[in-house]
Design a binder for this molecule. Structure first.
Ligand code: SF4
Ligand code: FES
Length: 250
């Protein structure tokens, strides 16, 4: 496949940035999107041009770092995949592909296609954990009965990889789907009950401090989420938040 790439280049957070045009030739339709970017960068290095900075780590849909806006869609035209799981057969020979970083004031561009997603980490640090001592005396998991439905819901919520596609897709730059997944994975389990009220209050407070927008129930986040996190978790988080707010006032 021969392709024309329109790639966002930005030296640093302050730089205005803009699209640069590069051509790549002979790309296999079986190559992943990131492998295609590797070919582009090798070509740029050979030409003496600085390669394009982009985030990646696991390249198997787990780490959530490969945050790219491709032809106006988070993680590109395929569904339920991250950019590293996207294959070039989703594109046509001769196509022009636009490649941009996530766009959100709470996730500013660091360089080229890399954004600062530390806002997610600060939200996690504010409550996305359980203070259970797991050293030495861990009891058998089956010793604590958990309804199957709750176990399944907690497991599905825990599939969130913190990629930020929900924020990038949302017209309000809302992080509600991410925070809802992180709150819910504990809210459905007995181990999460001890700190449940403080957890949801702290995480929502931190989310607001980071400058993310509000949820207006558009549902775009759910469509673009590579891990199929349902917006039903946002309803769950809202119920947890209301209940925690009421009891902290009484
Ligand atoms: S909810 Fe989905 S889109 Fe949002 S951070 Fe988690 S995995 Fe990514
Ligand atoms: S590189 Fe880890 S999810 Fe894509």
């Amino acid at each position: 496949m021969d392709l024309t790439l329109k790639v966002w280049r930005q030296k640093n957070r302050e730089d205005k940035g803009g699209l640069a045009t590069y051509k790549v030739a002979g790309i296999s339709e079986h190559a992943s999107f990131l492998e295609m970017l590797d070919v582009m960068n090798e070509q740029l290095i050979m030409e003496g041009t600085e390669p394009v900075a982009f985030d990646h780590d696991c390249r198997e849909g787990i780490c959530g770092t490969c945050s790219l806006y491709i032809n106006g869609e988070a993680h590109g035209p395929d569904r339920k995949v991250t950019t590293c799981q996207l294959h070039m057969r989703m594109f046509k020979d001769g196509e022009t592909i636009y490649i941009e970083p996530w766009r959100s004031a709470a996730m500013p561009v660091i360089k080229d296609l890399i954004v600062d997603r530390s806002s997610f980490e600060r939200i996690q640090q504010s409550g996305g954990f359980v203070s259970v001592n797991t050293s030495g005396n861990t009891q058998d998991a089956n010793a604590l009965p958990i309804p199957k439905m709750n176990a399944d819901k907690a497991f599905d919520a825990a599939a969130c990889i913190g990629c930020g596609a929900c924020v990038a897709t949302c017209k309000n730059s809302s992080a509600m789907l991410f925070v809802a997944a992180k709150v819910s994975q504990f809210a459905y389990l007995p181990q999460g009950q001890v700190e449940a009220k403080q957890r949801v209050l702290n995480m929502v407070e931190q989310m607001d401090k980071e400058g993310f927008g509000n949820c207006t129930n558009t549902g775009a986040c759910e469509v673009e989420c590579p891990k199929s996190i349902s917006i039903e978790y946002i309803a769950k988080m809202n119920r947890e938040f209301l209940s925690a707010s009421c009891s902290s006032e009484s």
